[in-house]
Design a protein around this ligand. Structure first.
Ligand code: UDP
Ligand code: MG
Length: 340
């Protein structure tokens, strides 16, 4: 029985790769204000890709249970030189689930993930596509060129997060790589093969391997509204990413346990020495209380860490679908041309 998956039949040579085309997946959560102008830019982009690489493209808008007019605006968009799919989820499932829905519905070969708030510049896409079609890269990921506008605390936590998640990992997740990323047909196929429910896209896209390349870019300012990721939500996402991607916290727990136990053992020896050899009586309430509290606290933290993993196992075991599609529309660019 074969326990791996062979995606090598999905060739990446120039001509065939381009013929399969590109699916652009855009998750949308309350992005009504900027959607029309984003679509405009994607239509122009599609035309340029067609001219330059003979690359047909489609855009898959995933409405992640928006509360505003996002869905009705998306459904009204014209398939102007680009196929347009609109996938509407039954409620807000979160960005990772929305990306997954887009990946599942993408019909073309390569897949590009792009935010719907205008922060991922469509103009950069040509460069990403070039790395795929011309240079044969499978995963073209982007990283913000600088993080000057972010607070010191936020940068520090990002550092810590990646240090922890990459600790002892064989395939390191590149620091501050974003979700703006292009996958070749075989890389997209590989990503679809992964069965887990707890999705941490940055990690998975790096884990699959293949030829990867990094592109730095200057993120644009958000055109409308503000970020939907509050500090609390980011902490949640970090715990999610950590526990679904690395056993470093568990290893850290065991290490700390060994360390504490050794310290306690040595301390015990020294007490024994004092009583037996020096003949001192032990007046030590404070040290007892401190020791008890330290060990009690550490144990609670460690149980919490183990609990996170058990929760993860529970949610994988329930095997619920990652999202539900409430509405789906699919417009072909060429069909529109025939009608007119
Ligand atoms: N998004 C989503 N579901 C959510 C939250 C966000 O699909 O529950 C989308 C959002 O519409 C945007 C992208 O994910 O296209 C990134 O969101 P945001 O700009 O708020 O995040 P940031 O750029 O601050 O990381
Ligand atoms: Mg944004």
């Amino acid at each position: 029985m074969m326990l791996g998956t062979d995606v090598s039949s999905l060739s990446t040579t120039t001509a065939t790769a381009a013929a399969q085309g590109l699916s652009i997946v855009v998750p949308l959560y309350n992005e009504a204000a900027g959607l029309a102008s984003l679509h405009q830019r994607l239509c122009e982009l599609a035309r340029r890709l067609k001219a330059k690489y003979r690359l047909p493209s489609e855009v898959v808008y995933v409405d992640d249970g928006s509360a505003d007019a996002t869905l009705s605006i998306a459904l009204g968009l014209k398939a102007d030189g680009i196929d347009v799919q609109v996938v509407s989820l039954s409620r807000n499932f979160g960005k990772e689930a929305a990306l997954m829905a887009g990946l599942d519905h993408a019909k073309r070969g390569a897949v590009l993930f792009m935010d719907g708030d205008g922060q991922h510049p469509p103009d950069l896409v040509e460069k990403l596509v070039g790395h795929w079609i011309e240079d044969g890269y499978d995963v073209v990921y982007t990283a913000k060129a600088h993080r000057d506008n972010e607070s010191f605390l936020r940068r520090l936590s990002v550092r810590g997060f990646y240090a922890l998640i990459n600790w002892g990992a064989r395939q390191k997740i590149p620091e501050d790589a974003g979700d703006f990323r292009l996958l070749s047909p075989r890389a997209a196929a590989a990503l679809r093969q992964l069965p887990e429910r707890n999705r941490f896209f940055k990690g998975l896209a790096s884990w699959i391997g293949f030829r990867q390349i990094r592109v730095d870019y200057e993120p644009a300012a958000r055109e409308h509204g503000m970020t939907t990721f509050s500090p609390g939500r980011l902490v949640g996402l970090s715990i999610e990413g950590l526990t679904s991607f690395s056993v470093a916290p568990l290893r850290f727990a065991s290490l700390l346990g060994v360390l504490l136990a050794s310290a306690a053992f040595l301390f015990g020896l020294s007490i024994l020495w004092e009583t037996m050899i020096d003949g001192k009586s032990v007046p030590g309430y404070p040290s007892l209380v401190v020791g008890l509290m330290t060990i009690g606290g550490v144990q609670l933290i460690m149980i919490g860490i183990v609990g996170e993993y058990i929760g993860k196992i529970l949610s994988e075991l329930k095997a619920r679908p990652i999202y539900f599609v409430a509405e789906h529309s699919d417009k072909r660019a060429d069909a529109r041309a025939d009608n007119e």
